[in-house]
Design a protein around this ligand. Structure first.
Ligand code: C2O
Ligand code: CU
Length: 488
């Protein structure tokens, strides 16, 4: 912020680390079995009838047993919403019904989708009014772990509980494990009464800092998730961070965990060191695990970004069951049909400079074609910019010819990390701070730390209008949003 712009809301706070996630529950005694990882199959292969998906208000128990339920928004009455499953190459046909008190859409995060089905209010469709429906119908080119969430006022709608997984099963060669378990992690900001802290929605203090951080962590909507397992099972674990803004640092306190996919896309399997994984909002990771501990063991899943180790869930071994030991299955997943070649020699080179936020130096930015000082911007809820523009502009950031390789130099000139999400495409991180990134993963969400730069590349092979924004949803709402076109 510029010197004269230090009004109350933007007064820089301590460059404080994330506020710790706290919880108010006593240690659970009993073993709460939960239905996890079981998704009803979508109708397969170009079904004529859609699967309905209703977004509406309701309530859920997010705290420990005996505590009040929390009034939230849900898909089909659950949060996370139902796991939608499809097979690679087949069609997904979902009829969204909006029973919310405000318009909504569904965005299919990470799916290299037909542009008209991308679900971005104001860019690819009009938001769906209360009481109305919208048909989403698209094929899924890639197998992997994806998710869906609203793309209209997502900073509010996601925080209220609207999100779910879309799991695309490999057309062939996928399932080498015994069981598939999904873990959706979210932090909620609850008041002492156990209800959502609604008063702080849209608060500039969150918007100009890290975003809306919660104080209650759930896995699959539960205060503490117990995952029953059997000795010698092989699991495929699908993790997804649906927090508005929190970068999760999870530690799975169990030996022998291998990372096999990032953001839905297979990577060469590698061991997680000390079971540690960092996941920014929107990111996913697929893990393979051999459950080799003794019957009766437990192994915690903890969150360690705060100052205390927080137990969010655990694997609970059956007291006596033992499966016979089998040699580890082949762990690599088959590659998805992503572009095989990046033509860096003739790439369209784009620079994207991120500025603003608390402790930043943003003095002015262009908004709706007009240059505005920071005070005026703040009045309109804007505190961040991309290349000097705050919020969606009339013109796209860039226009790529179909099939052109594009590089984007993401430069974070702010004091905050940003999870940069590309729609319709997956990108490779070539460099970080000018050094080779060492990662070959295809990502849809790329975390860029404060004052860090990351150079990414992708083939613009999906025609349409695509968003590129920070997935810290308050940052997106407060200016970190732009778009690009492919083939138009
Ligand atoms: Cu998961 Cu544009 O969002
Ligand atoms: Cu951000």
């Amino acid at each position: 912020m510029s010197e004269e712009s230090h009004d109350l809301e933007l007064e820089p706070l301590m460059p404080s680390p994330l506020s710790p996630v706290t919880r108010r529950r006593a240690l659970l005694g009993g073993l709460a079995l939960s239905a996890i990882g079981i998704g009803a199959p979508l109708s397969r292969s170009f079904a004529a009838a859609p699967r309905s998906l209703t977004a509406g208000p309701g309530e859920a128990l997010l705290l420990e047993k005996g505590q009040p339920k929390t009034r939230i928004w849900l898909y089909d009455g659950t949060s996370p919403g139902p796991i939608l499953r499809a097979r690679q190459g087949e069609e997904v046909f979902v009829r969204l019904k909006n029973d919310l008190p405000q318009p909504t859409t569904v965005h299919w995060h990470g799916i290299r989708i037909d542009n008209a089905m991308d679900g971005v209010a104001g860019l690819t469709q009009d938001p769906v009014p209360q009481g109305e429906t919208f048909d989403y119908r698209f094929t899924v080119p890639d197998a992997g772990t994806f998710w869906y969430h609203p793309h209209n006022r997502s900073w509010e709608q996601v925080a209220r509980g609207l999100y779910g997984l879309l799991i695309v099963e490999e057309a062939q060669g996928g399932a080498q494990h015994d069981r598939d378990i999904a873990i959706v992690a979210d932090d909620w900001r609850l008041g002492e009464d156990g209800q959502l802290d609604e008063a702080s929605f849209g608060h500039m203090r969150d918007w100009s800092h890290a975003g809306r951080l919660g104080n209650t962590l759930t896995l699959n909507g539960q205060d503490r998730l117990d995952i029953p397992v059997n000795h010698n099972e092989y699991l495929r674990l699908r993790l997804c961070n649906t927090c508005n803004a929190r970068i999760l640092e999870l530690r799975i306190e169990h030996p022998g965990i291998r990372l096999v996919a990032e953001d839905g896309q297979p990577v060469p399997p590698r061991d997680l060191i000390d079971g540690y994984i960092r996941l920014a909002p929107g990111e996913r990771a697929d893990l393979f695990m051999h459950m080799g501990l003794d019957p009766g063991s437990t192994a915690a899943i903890t969150e360690v970004s705060g100052d205390q180790r927080l137990e969010a869930g655990r694997f609970v071994y059956h007291p006596t069951n033992r499966l016979a030991y089998r040699a580890p299955p082949v762990l690599g997943l088959p590659a998805n049909p992503l572009p095989s070649r990046l033509d860096l020699g003739s790439a369209l080179a784009v620079d994207l400079l991120m500025e603003g936020g608390a402790m930043g130096t943003l003095a002015e930015a262009v908004h709706k074609g007009e240059t505005k000082g920071i005070r005026e911007l703040v009045r309109q809820g804007l505190v961040w910019s991309f290349n000097g523009t705050a919020g969606m502009a009339e013109a796209p950031l860039f226009a790529a010819a179909l099939g052109r390789t594009v590089t984007v130099d993401l430069r974070n000139d702010t004091r905050w990390p940003h999870a940069m999400h590309f729609h319709g495409h997956h990108v490779k991180v070539l460099e970080r701070n000018g050094q080779p990134s060492g990662s070959d993963a295809w990502k849809d969400t790329v975390l860029v730390d404060p004052l860090e730069s990351a150079k990414v590349a992708f083939v613009a092979d999906n025609p349409g209008k695509w968003m590129l924004h920070c997935h810290m949803l308050e940052h997106q709402a407060a200016g970190m949003a732009t778009w690009f076109t492919v083939g138009i």
